[in-house]
Write a protein that binds this ligand. Structure first.
Ligand code: MLC
Ligand code: AMP
Length: 494
């Protein structure tokens, strides 16, 4: 990421980089705007010196120039969800020590209040400066470039620090493995505060000189019209999106459905990841479009680690083998490598793609590595060289529509509800979302609570995708001899 990626922007000048709200932006103009944004951020400084700058913008040209402007100026970009609540934002601002938030004019009052409370300046995208000869800092690959917040087995999300070298490694391994080229065109509708959208879609495309159609949210109807018109060559999504597309196909008249399916059939690649793709979904997608989904496995802390082959057998229910330059092995509970075929072990990863640290949390960083391997918490087996994910070691992690959610974080919020005495949050299997958030609660004596009332109460405390979709009221939570809630038993109650 020394400069190669950005000099690529300059070299391509007239080629279209982005389509944003129907308007095309070429690489030359994109490069000019990114530099101008960097200069605006620098003011009279030479280097932002890893200043943390929040990025709260919808998917569009301003997001892209904001992200690259921060990178070019030597800052650390902290992309945040547009649906962030004030309480969630306060945690991000304080944990990452964010000093400025790059955002648009329609920012919510709760975001304004959270920023005011922490003296964080709200700044608007600024790319009108003429870059002229202003020098940008020389930046080594060891510099930190991005913090992404991820939920896990702790109650509050942790900030995953990704250095320039790791971004470079994450992008280049995918460009090589999936044969990205400047001829590619991809829609970008996944959230741009997670690596799936930032690295796999946006960065791989821009580093390859490809074209990205920015969409602030998934609009299935519009997307399908563009697919039918042959707009795209590559498509990347979480399994929930493929389920939603199949549902949409069945609501279209047969001529239109045929055109959309033919549009997918003509693409060179359809990728699924961020959550398990059920074998049935893999088969239904192939039957509908002729596309054999390429399933891969990754994580915020490590980028992509495992992938089915671009050329070769893509095996349903499997996530393939290690990507170029990524070391992946299975380990048992005694930290011994698992070598026998078909024996489960924890997936551990080494290589240049791995993150640097959890921001300001050396204990959590140390706990997540063993002998230099990053311990993913995911359990897999290897069958004929293909990894198959068996599950996660923690029941407190929920994957809903590709978002990783912490049961503990949601429990922490629900416990503040005046009518709730005890709570346990679990993920329930769901055909569309993979898992759905369910809350099992013990109420204060004589109290009653409806799901919709609880959801309304959660609205300004939790991002929409974390809000429980199911509520079960019980007299007591099942506990083991140690007094710990036995969550597997809760599934039977719901
Ligand atoms: C939306 N909703 C969800 C949800 N997304 N509920 C649970 N889980 C989710 N993931 C809720 C909304 O709050 C709303 O509720 C209702 O569903 C419809 O919302 P929507 O906005 O119309 O949904 P939609 O736009 O269709 O969003 C679905 C989606 C989105 C799949 C496009 O969830 C999404 O972008 N997921 C991808 C997340 C991602 O990128 N993960 C990668 C992490 S990185 P109501 O009550 O208002 O009706 C990673 C590493 C790796 O995992 O390997 O890639
Ligand atoms: P995140 O922390 O949001 O980056 O999510 C990473 C987690 O998503 C991994 O630890 C896995 O549990 C899960 N994941 C990603 N890809 C897959 C996949 N193809 N199959 C199963 N789980 C996956």
């Amino acid at each position: 990421m020394s400069g190669d990626w950005f000099s690529g922007f300059d070299l391509r000048q007239d080629r279209t980089a982005l389509i944003d709200e129907g308007r095309a932006l070429d690489y030359g103009e994109l490069a000019r705007r990114c530099r101008a944004q960097a200069i605006a951020l620098l003011g009279d400084r030479n280097d932002l010196d890893e200043e943390r700058i929040g990025l709260l913008l919808p998917a569009g040209a301003d997001y892209v120039t904001g992200l690259h402007g921060i990178w070019l100026a030597g800052g650390i970009a902290v992309p945040l969800s547009p649906s962030v609540t004030g309480a969630e934002l306060d945690h991000y601002l304080s944990t990452a020590g964010i000093t400025r938030l790059l955002t648009g004019p329609d920012v919510s009052n709760s975001v304004r209040a959270a920023c005011q409370e922490r003296s964080v300046a709200l700044i608007a995208p600024s790319n009108n400066h003429a870059p002229g000869d202003s020098a940008l800092p020389e930046l080594g690959l060891e510099r930190r470039a991005m913090i992404l917040f991820t939920s896990g087995t702790t109650s509050r999300p942790k900030g995953v620090v990704i250095a320039r070298r790791a971004i470079q490694a994450q992008v280049t391994t995918l460009m090589q493995a999936w044969e990205w080229s400047a001829e590619d065109v991809i829609p970008c509708f996944l959230p741009l505060h997670h690596i799936h959208g930032i690295i796999n879609v946006l960065s791989c495309a821009l580093w390859s000189g490809a074209q990205v159609h920015m969409m602030p949210r998934l609009e299935v109807g519009r997307l399908c019209e563009e697919v039918a018109a042959g707009a795209y060559s590559v498509f990347m999504a979480v399994p929930t999106v493929y389920v939603k597309l199949l549902e949409h196909f069945s609501n279209l008249d047969s001529a239109m459905a045929g055109r959309v399916k033919a549009g997918f059939a003509r693409m060179r690649l359809n990728v699924s990841g961020s959550a398990a793709c059920p074998v049935e979904l893999f088969k239904r997608w192939e039957a509908a479009t002729g596309q054999v989904l390429l399933e891969r496995y990754g994580m915020t802390e490590i980028g992509m680690a495992l992938s089915n082959p671009y050329r070769g057998e893509r095996r349903a229910g499997h996530v393939g083998s290690p990507l170029p330059g990524v070391e992946v092995a299975l380990f048992d509970e005694q930290n011994q490598p698992v070598t026998a075929t078909g024996m489960p072990g924890e997936i551990r990863i080494k290589g240049a793609t791995v993150f640097r640290e959890y921001w300001g949390n050396p204990e959590a960083t140390a706990a997540s590595f063993h002998d230099g391997w990053f311990c993913s918490g995911d359990v897999a087996v290897i069958e004929d060289g293909y990894f198959r994910i068996m599950g996660r070691s923690s029941i407190d992690i929920i994957k809903s529509g590709g978002y990783k959610l912490s049961a503990l974080e949601i429990e922490g919020v629900l416990l503040d509800h005046p009518l709730i005495r005890e709570v346990a949050v679990i993920g329930l299997p769901d055909a569309t979302w993979g898992e759905l958030v369910a809350a099992v609660v013990v109420l204060q004596p004589g109290a009653s609570l409806e799901l919709e009332t609880l959801r309304a109460w959660c609205a300004d405390r939790l991002s929409p995708y974390k809000v429980p979709r199911a509520l079960h009221v019980t007299e007591a939570l099942p506990r083991n001899a140690m007094g710990k809630v036995t969550k597997p038993e809760l599934r039977k109650l719901c």
